[in-house]
Design a protein around this ligand. Sequence first.
Ligand code: NAP
Length: 245
Amino acid sequence: MRIDGSTVLVTGASSGIGRATAIELARRGATLELTGRDEHALEAVAQATGGRFLVADLEEPKESDRVAEWAEPVDILVNNAGLGWAGPLSAIELTRAERMVRVNLLAPVRLTGLLLPGMIARERGHVVNVASIAGHVGVGWEAVYSATKAGLIVLSDALRVELRGLGVRVSVVSPGPVDTAFFERAGHGYERRFPRMVTPERVAVEIARAIRFDRAQVFVPHWLAFPAWLHGALPSLYRRLTRFQ
Ligand SMILES: NC(=O)c1ccc[n+]([C@@H]2O[C@H](COP(=O)([O-])OP(=O)(O)OC[C@H]3O[C@@H](n4cnc5c(N)ncnc54)[C@H](OP(=O)(O)O)[C@@H]3O)[C@@H](O)[C@H]2O)c1
């Protein structure tokens, strides 16, 4: 898929990975459509990319409809908006869990569902779902977050089957820890020494490559493919090695 000359809708474009992706794709010649909740931040990204923006809260299902209507026609959709929370499952407030499911999973379901018919009609499109290594292996004390990302990964697998031969591609980009406001917003810092954080700009380059070279699954950093593979192929060994049995 050519990025140059394509119209790209990026959700969560006001911060972190979304902002870096918008800037990277604009540098590669795309026209940017940006959405998020923080108007000032979106305005700054719009200025940096020459794109336009719409303020929308994707926790509210109807807002996805408004974003899709505003953005059409879209060649590339980057479902990136998301939030996390860490702590024991019994301590999570239901409203927080619901918010994560709505933003991390239901908004991509709705936005993709609304934008796919146009892409299929034009026989040209690419959907990038920004998941997480947590969705492949399940991270302790991030159970609901991991579940939303696992949902996004399987959604992408299923969609790829449905879209075969229709000219629309699907990529999943699964980062490990990334140096953004994500952890602070989730109410905790990133305290582990390993894996080390990567920059949002590095994730943005991988997103651009996934689109350009039609990659179904990309891990950032790439070596995270190994624990994901081990978890799927030899789950008992994975549990033993990570002492999560
Ligand atoms: N950082 C990491 O370590 C990491 C690792 C793996 C995957 N990810 C995933 O990467 C994606 C981007 O995260 P990030 O690291 O860039 O974090 P971030 O800097 O906190 O950015 C999150 C983005 O999501 C948007 N967002 C959150 N709630 C929203 C809502 N209700 N409606 C609309 N937009 C909303 C935010 O918009 P506003 O600020 O305008 O509200 C912001 O632009 C997320 O899906 C996250 O799960 C992050």
